[in-house]
Design a protein around this ligand. Structure first.
Ligand code: HEC
Ligand code: HEC
Ligand code: HEC
Ligand code: HEC
Length: 235
């Protein structure tokens, strides 16, 4: 398997991460844009990779940071989102739920990246620009793939979640990537830890800001174009 190794430039996107991180798709979180161990804004747990998001023990801090699962150690967003709606969609999207709220605590751009550990009020570094999700307007999912929706077994436009393969290897099924076996979340399509993804693909942009998007299946690999979308949608 060919891995593409890319070094983050100190320009552009890299401003939020460490200038020294080597990007290697599929090699784990340390080799991804989610390695903030040495990010300038990581004043609470410098040198720690996992500690930016997870805590092994609940420490004294605002209750808003203690998500009841996954040992979450970060402030969550208090935003009220406009859900995705359409006349053809069968499932109904409400407010984001589950692990998607953990992503949105950074990616909706409303909570400072510093807001974990000992920091309670500093608000200087935010996710901005293309990295902001939802990206249309503030907190509006109108132009983003719906999340926190059930994968309806009755929808004739969707593949059988129990028997259709999904993910970077041919060993797992769609249901294995749905929260609780039923709900589409951000982590259905992305692996925040840069491990269970299709390696070395989806590098769409040219350097200095090459993107892998941490996707579990290809969107533009030759011979596997839009494989991610077609894994669920019968189109
Ligand atoms: C940028 C934030 C972030 C960092 C850094 C991070 N995680 Fe996570 N982690 C998450 C999110 C979000 C979830 C829930 C979504 C999911 O399961 O993919 C999660 C889920 C998990 C889970 C439970 C589900 C699973 O995938 O097994 C474990 C275990 C875990 N993380 C361990 C780690 C360890 C160990 C590290 C450090 C090497 C780490 N994480 C670093 C954000 C992070
Ligand atoms: C894990 C499965 C899964 C993947 C992967 C996936 N989707 Fe979806 N998508 C869904 C589900 C479930 C819905 C909601 C369908 C419904 O209830 O009508 C949906 C909804 C949509 C809708 C809105 C449909 C409507 O009626 O308004 C569009 C458009 C769409 N997806 C396109 C895509 C594209 C493009 C990709 C690839 C980038 C993709 N999807 C990847 C599961 C998936
Ligand atoms: C149905 C699959 C799917 C879901 C669900 C999904 N994404 Fe994505 N995401 C993609 C694809 C495909 C791309 C690649 C860029 C593109 O096609 O726009 C992407 C790109 C991104 C990017 C890179 C910047 C950009 O916009 O291009 C970020 C950040 C991101 N997603 C975060 C999230 C977050 C946070 C959530 C949950 C709120 C989420 N994604 C849910 C498929 C998905
Ligand atoms: C600690 C805050 C934080 C959390 C939590 C977090 N992200 Fe990110 N993520 C970022 C930042 C900051 C960047 C951009 C880093 C840069 O510009 O170098 C990023 C980058 C990304 C990218 C682009 C990576 C690439 O190289 O193409 C995707 C996709 C993404 N995040 C998805 C997610 C998803 C999905 C979740 C939840 C499962 C999540 N993130 C949780 C802060 C976070």
């Amino acid at each position: 398997m060919k891995l593409v190794s890319l070094t983050i430039s100190i320009l552009g996107l890299a401003a939020l991460a460490s200038a020294q991180v080597t990007l290697t798709p599929g090699a784990g979180i340390e080799f991804s844009r989610h390695n903030f161990a040495n990010a300038a804004w990581n004043v609470s747990k410098p040198g720690e990779t996992c500690g930016v998001c997870h805590i092994p023990h609940v420490e004294a801090r605002a209750t808003a940071r203690v998500h009841n699962t996954l040992l979450w150690g970060r402030e969550l967003s208090a935003a009220n989102y406009t859900p995705y709606t359409s006349p053809t969609m069968q499932a109904v999207m409400g407010q984001p739920s589950g692990s998607s709220r953990l992503c949105l605590g950074c990616h909706d751009g409303s909570v400072a990246l510093e807001m974990f550990g000992s920091v309670t009020a500093t608000t200087t570094t935010f996710v901005t620009g293309a990295m902001k999700v939802p990206g249309k307007d503030n907190f509006d999912f109108g132009a983003d793939h719906p999340i926190s929706i059930p994968y309806l077994a009755t929808d004739p436009g969707l593949r059988d979640k129990d028997t259709s393969r999904f993910g970077p290897t041919a060993t797992r099924f769609i249901k294995d990537y749905l929260e609780g076996g039923t709900i589409v979340q951000c982590s259905t399509c992305h692996d925040v830890h840069n491990k269970d993804i299709v390696p070395g693909t989806n590098v769409l942009n040219t350097p200095p800001n090459p993107m892998n998007y941490l996707l579990r299946m290809s969107i533009n690999n030759p011979g596997a174009e839009s494989e991610l979308c077609l894994a669920c949608h019968i189109k």
